[in-house]
Design a protein around this ligand. Sequence first.
Ligand code: AMP
Length: 208
Amino acid sequence: MRLVILGGPGAGKGTQARKLCRQLAISEISTSDILRRAIASQSELGRQAQVYVEKGELVPDPLLIEFMRNRLLQDDAKGKGWLLEGYPRTAFQAEELDFLLDDLEQRLDWAIYLEVPESVMMKRCLERSRSAIEEHSHTLQGDPKGNILVKDSRPDDQPEIVQRRLNLFYERTIPILEYYGYGKRLLTINGSQSPEQVQQEILHKLQI
Ligand code: AMP
């Protein structure tokens, strides 16, 4: 099965992607994980993407489209299928993905959209940021400077940057829903429920 999972920051894409990939035994391909690892290792992709990710901006389309083309040509992606998390994120990426799949004689089965109100997405990102800091402050109790506290939490979960990521989600990603809806490939899921309920709804709608 070939799936994409769409949603704003804090919509629960990562959690649901992991559960679904385990359940369906398909490969999870997360652009945000790939970018974070590339930045940490300072690979060519990481160096080029870093400035965008840290500011909450989208990494330019040509960079990611080229990367995803190579990724989807790898052996694990040709086998049982995959789930793309955080990709596509722009109409251009969505169209390019379809062109690429045409070349590979494959097709996307479903785009799963986790619908969550903006206020909930903001709250979840801020909580994620706070708990990352608390976790480290617990480990590092007694460190008077606490430098690592800031370094190890997600820098793009800070309030102004989350707001920017949310704005970009509404401007650039929401239009993709129409594209997939028109092709009758869209499943809209209530992402405000508990993770277990969200997963049940997804499996039910995928008829699994
Ligand atoms: P996420 O954790 O999915 O919100 O992604 C974190 C950041 O990675 C985003 O704010 C972007 O900077 C970058 N990113 C992830 N996926 C994409 C994509 N498909 N296109 C452009 N930028 C992306």
